[in-house]
Design a protein around this ligand. Structure first.
Ligand SMILES: Nc1ncnc2c1ncn2[C@@H]1O[C@H](COP(=O)(O)OP(=O)(O)OP(=O)(O)O)[C@@H](O)[C@H]1O
Length: 256
């Protein structure tokens, strides 16, 4: 197995006053393997988004470094697709135009852009809405569009910060399944932040649990559940046991 993303002693402090700094992330060491799906959970303020933003190249670490394919991250790059909780679609572009956007920037010819966009729009189940504007879509549909757009440019890494956080429970479960289906076909490396312990266990091959004040890695819990993950897996005693284990690590870190 090869390491795709490597957090090496990554710390981040924010200056509050000239005398006072807040440590958002302390000495994070974490290797994510090529093609792995990891989820990151932890109490509010434990530095999950900070860690992801550093990997995305949107925030610089105060010390340490993140390597992607053995190269230090110094800014955003096309091999890393980022998806946030807020859909961040261009409101004046249709679903297809949104999905084609990155391909256009990359200079792909029109027919190829269209073929790739249509493929990913179909994968997320939005074919009938290809010509719709974002404002006419539900929250779940907007997020599907954002996922198709991120996938279309073929990033080897997907960094997802609570992408399903704003969605209702049913849409959320549907998008989890769609994401896993796409992941199993096109093995990207995924780092996925969530507050939802069930979601964390359902999606991941490893759950990374962080703790707060200062933000740090607390525990890594391997998820030895079979893929594809199905309703049967979700209802199994093994799933329940893992969920309890993650829950205890997140909410009662000192008690075990
Ligand atoms: N620009 C900033 N200036 C000062 N403090 C910041 C800044 N960005 C983040 N922080 C602080 O760093 C800590 C970690 O923030 P971060 O957003 O990474 O946490 P999180 O685990 O993603 O939280 P949540 O689950 O609530 O989204 C928080 O206490 C936050 O207030």
């Amino acid at each position: 197995m090869t390491t795709k993303i490597s957090f090496q002693n990554v710390s981040k402090s924010f200056e509050l006053t000239s005398q006072n700094a807040f440590v958002a992330l302390q000495n994070l060491n974490l290797d994510i393997e090529d093609g792995e799906f990891i989820t990151v959970v932890g109490p509010s303020g434990c530095g999950k988004s900070t860690a992801m933003n550093i990997a995305a190249g949107l925030t610089a670490p105060s010390s340490g470094q993140v390597l992607v394919d053995d190269v230090t991250v110094r800014g955003p790059g096309p091999e890393r697709g980022v998806i946030f909780q807020q859909y961040a679609l261009f409101p004046w572009l249709t679903v297809r135009e949104n999905v084609e956007f990155g391909l256009k920037i990359a200079g792909l010819p029109k027919e190829e852009r269209r073929r790739i966009a249509d493929h990913f729009i179909a994968l997320v189940g939005l074919t009938d809405f290809s010509d719709s504007l974002p404002k006419t879509l539900s929250g779940g549909m907007k997020q599907r569009c954002a996922i198709a757009r991120a996938y279309a440019v073929n990033p080897k890494i997907l960094l997802m910060d609570e992408p399903f956080g704003a969605l209702d429970a049913l849409t959320r479960v549907q998008l989890q399944d769609q994401l896993l289906t796409m992941w199993s076909k096109e093995r990207r490396t995924v780092m996925f932040i969530t507050h939802d312990v069930d979601e964390a266990v359902y999606l991941a091959s490893r759950v990374v649990v962080m703790a707060a004040r200062p933000g740090r890695l607390y525990k890594i819990i391997p998820v030895d559940l079979p893929f594809p993950r199905t309703e049967e897996v979700r209802l199994s005693p093994e799933f329940a046991e893992l969920r309890n284990q993650v829950w205890r690590a997140v909410y009662h870190p000192a008690s075990h």
